[in-house]
Design a protein around this ligand. Structure first.
Ligand code: SF4
Ligand code: SF4
Length: 388
């Protein structure tokens, strides 16, 4: 459907739908908020366009989506709701309309280059060394602003792990002259000019890499899907960390076996590992099975999903920077997910998505939440430490 301004409006089907996906939406479920459904979000957009509703009300509804894509399972129409929501937010943004949470988020992005409220220039300094910043490295490990802000030690640990696996040509982005955020943050609030500006600033740098690797589903989705939509296709091979780790499958398997052998010899108790299937990897990018594969190669056996099945995974609340834009709703979504997906105390919960770690840890205080690189380092080193 076209708007009065001849702009294509997304979501006409949803606006006419009797909310067939409502039961799947974590925001509608956790907050009992009918404004969070695709029917309300896109119905509001159509009404704002025909001046039956304020654009502010429409934008407030559109902010209530984590981009988890759970609504796509019950839907007959194969719609990309998260991408449609970005389009809807961009239409509001063009009119100077945004929810309060998005405005504050935008202010932090303008001040710091990312939404986490502090400079990240020196975040890696205590953990990384010069070897991690190779100007001629052919493989770039892109941490993304969230990992730099929340878990800088783990970013440095990933580089350490990759070198131990034999990948000595991997580098982090240089310290000073590369932005921390790929533009995914500004995309999440509909600031398309902001996304274009970040993408233009990084395009040549990314294109100088042979391979670009990240553990963030948001960064991978932004660079692989949204950059081309802005006319900036990246020529480097774009990989999730799980895909890159599987290049070292044999070494990973042998390190995992050796650690398991030591553990058995020392009669140490088995570790309960559960895989958190991140929405962004499982449903948006179809990379979820690769995360399970890395865990199975390392541990010598598959680990169960935290969810009833990988495809039925629940959003942790941090998708599409929801926790930064709408913290109270994100907290409710995370708690709702944890109630639906219990884990035994002491379990190791492994997620392939660095965007989810902090939100998950807050919801599972009696478990250890970790990314793939931490799992591998813990598996091969902790066991050694315990035996020694
Ligand atoms: S995503 Fe599908 S099921 Fe949900 S409102 Fe839109 S058309 Fe209906
Ligand atoms: S993408 Fe997720 S949060 Fe957004 S409407 Fe669909 S189910 Fe709800």
């Amino acid at each position: 459907m076209s708007s009065g301004n001849n702009v294509e409006l997304p979501g006409e089907l949803c606006s006419l739908c009797p909310k067939l996906c409502r039961f799947a939406c974590p925001v509608a479920g956790a907050t009992a908020d009918e404004g969070a459904t695709p029917t309300a979000m896109f119905g509001g957009l159509q009404m704002a366009d025909s001046e039956q509703l304020s654009w502010q009300a429409a934008a407030d509804n559109l902010a209530r989506c984590t981009g988890c894509a759970a609504c796509t399972s019950p839907c007959e129409f194969d719609l990309d709701i998260p991408a449609m929501v970005h389009l809807g937010r961009a239409l509001a943004w063009e009119r100077g309309i945004a929810p309060d949470g998005a405005r504050q988020f935008h202010g932090r992005c303008l001040e710091h280059g990312h939404p986490f409220g502090a400079s990240l220039d020196r975040a890696l300094e205590p953990f990384a060394d010069d070897l991690d910043f190779q100007p001629k490295g052919r493989v770039l490990f892109w941490p993304g602003c969230r990992a730099l802000a929340e878990r800088p030690a783990q970013v440095a640990g990933t580089l350490d792990l990759l070198r131990r696996l034999g990948a000595d040509h991997v580098s982090l982005p240089s310290r000073d002259d590369v932005p921390d955020c790929c533009g995914g943050a500004l995309r999440s609030i509909g600031d398309r000019p902001g996304l274009q500006s970040n993408a233009s600033g990084l395009h040549q740098f990314f294109n100088r890499q042979r391979t670009w690797v990240t553990a963030s589903s948001t960064c991978l989705d932004t660079v692989s899907r949204s950059y081309p939509q802005e006319g900036l296709r990246i020529n480097a091979e774009l990989l999730h960390l799980a895909e890159y780790l599987l290049f070292f499958r044999a070494r990973l398997a042998s390190m995992g076996r050796e650690a398991a052998r030591r553990r058995t010899a020392a009669r140490l108790p088995a570790i309960s590992v559960r895989v958190h299937d991140a929405c962004g990897l499982q449903r948006r990018l179809a990379k979820g099975p690769l995360v399970h594969e890395v865990v199975a190669v390392l541990c010598g056996q598959p680990a169960p999903s935290l969810a009833a099945s990988p495809g039925r995974t629940h959003c942790c609340g941090a998708g599409d920077f929801f926790d930064c834009r709408e913290p109270a709703r994100a907290q409710a979504v995370g708690a709702w997910a944890a109630r639906s997906q219990p884990a035994a105390p002491g379990s190791w919960i492994v997620t392939g998505d660095s965007d989810c770690e902090q939100a998950l840890q807050a919801q599972y205080p009696n478990c250890e939440v970790m990314g793939l690189s931490t799992l591998i380092l813990r598996w091969i080193d902790d066991e050694q430490a315990e035996v020694d």
